[in-house]
Write a protein that binds this ligand. Structure first.
Ligand SMILES: Cc1cc2nc3c(=O)[nH]c(=O)nc-3n(C[C@H](O)[C@H](O)[C@H](O)COP(=O)(O)OP(=O)(O)OC[C@H]3O[C@@H](n4cnc5c(N)ncnc54)[C@H](O)[C@@H]3O)c2cc1C
Length: 389
């Protein structure tokens, strides 16, 4: 038997023996565990599944063993993903650190930063948030103004971030700060890691129309950040940020693709389809075909990445396509369900119907987070098609 087939057989056996049955059902967003210093498990099965996957290093199967990973090759990772999908295994945890910061630290972080931050991420004990956007610096991120001034072995940070998802429950933030106000705007930015429990950090949640309140404003008032928390070069933060954003787009395309909330929206809408005009069914068929085409393209890109081809620029296409498709799908479901797709809570509507309404609102945010659709189109024009800026 080939090594990879032997590996597949081992993975199948292990998953069968270790993934509790209740962890093999579609997950809702309320059931997702965002790992950090205060993990709250909704069931004993969830805790067991978390601990078993953690102890195998399978939160980060491709990371080197010395940083808490399992050191799997790209092919082995693919096999693990395939076997988890085949059994319907839930992701045991979610963490921005693992998706975005970890890969950047592996590539650009100092050895000391890797040893300090990667193992806790790999064990799901630290929650990270992203401190990029500021008032007047969203799409035009390079206009950010939060300042970091060197004072001995520290930077002193002052300013404000906004739209920081889950800033109120995060342990650490990776942030962009201005370290040279005299340089051209992209060239005066640095990338630093900030402990959210530092004196001078204030977090204020922002209420949202979707009923969830994951957004925060974060204020920095003379916050002292050790200089060794700098990732990459001083004033070289823009390069680090661009790499991180590529990982964010790839993660977002994957996340909405079904790596995560897999509540079956189409099953909820099915009863309404029986009475629906053919034109709605036709449009739904179009949505389903778009979904299939996306999945095939994602698989092709995965193969290219395994063949060590650079697919980072294409992450913009995947992010754009996936988030716009999700938004279009829920828009259509709403139209098919009519009034029943517009219920917020309470009888006579069902929880599934409320879910469609909330998700319809939420998909609108996907097309903004991680860079809006218009910004993705600009990036595709420049980085994929090679058009002038
Ligand atoms: C769900 C969600 C989670 C988020 N989480 C975080 C987080 O954790 N951390 C963080 O730092 N930020 C986060 N953000 C913020 C996000 O990165 C910004 O909202 C996004 O970059 C857009 O910036 P803005 O809101 O300032 O809008 P603006 O930049 O003001 O854009 C307004 C409109 O103008 C368009 N536009 C702007 N510039 C151009 C251009 N050059 N060409 C064409 N059109 C343009 C945009 O597409 C948009 O339609 C999150 C946002 C969302 C929705």
């Amino acid at each position: 038997m080939k090594d990879i087939e032997r590996f597949r057989a081992e993975v199948q056996l292990w998953l069968e023996a270790n993934c509790p049955l209740s962890m093999r059902t579609p997950i809702t967003s309320a059931e997702m565990l965002w790992s950090g210093s205060e993990n709250v498990f909704l069931s004993e099965d969830q805790r067991l599944w978390f601990e078993r996957m953690r102890d195998r290093g399978w939160f980060v199967p491709g990371w080197p063993v010395e940083y808490g990973g399992a050191g799997l090759s790209a092919r082995e990772q693919r096999v693990l993903e395939q076997e988890m999908a085949a059994l319907g295994c839930r992701q045991p945890q979610y963490n921005l650190g693992i998706w975005m910061l970890g890969p950047v630290l592996l590539e650009l972080g100092s050895e000391a930063l890797k040893r300090e931050h990667l193992p806790p991420m790999a064990r799901g004990t630290v929650r990270w948030c992203q401190g990029f956007s500021e008032p007047n610096a969203g799409s035009d991120l390079a206009s950010l103004r939060t300042s970091a001034v060197r004072d001995g072995e520290h930077f002193v940070v002052n300013g404000q971030k906004i739209w920081t998802s889950y800033g109120n429950v995060s342990d650490w933030m990776y942030a962009l700060v201005r370290t040279d106000p005299t340089a051209k705007k992209q060239q005066g930015i640095s990338f630093v890691l900030i402990d959210m429990s530092s004196p001078g950090v204030t977090v204020r949640p922002i209420e949202l129309i979707s009923g969830k309140s994951s957004f925060c404003e974060v204020f920095f008032d003379n916050v002292r950040v050790p200089v060794h928390n700098l990732v990459g070069e001083l004033n070289g933060g823009w390069t680090v940020a661009k790499k991180l954003l590529d990982h964010e787009r790839a993660a977002m395309a994957k996340f909405t693709e079904g790596g995560a909330p897999s509540h079956d929206a189409l099953a909820v809408a099915r009863p309404y389809l029986a009475d629906a005009e053919p034109v709605w069914r036709d449009r739904l068929a179009g949505v389903l075909m778009d979904g299939e085409a996306f999945a095939l393209t994602a698989r092709r890109l995965h193969e290219m990445a395994m063949g060590r081809q650079d697919v980072s620029a294409v992450a913009s296409i995947m992010k754009l396509a996936q988030t716009e498709q999700e938004a279009a799908k829920y828009e259509l479901l709403q139209q098919i369900m009519g009034q029943r797709g517009l219920s917020w809570d309470g009888a006579p509507f069902t929880d599934d119907e409320h879910h469609i309404c909330r998700q319809w609102l939420y998909t609108k945010t996907y097309t903004i987070a991680g860079g809006s659709s218009e910004i993705q189109l600009n990036l595709i024009a420049k980085r994929v098609l090679g058009l002038p800026g």
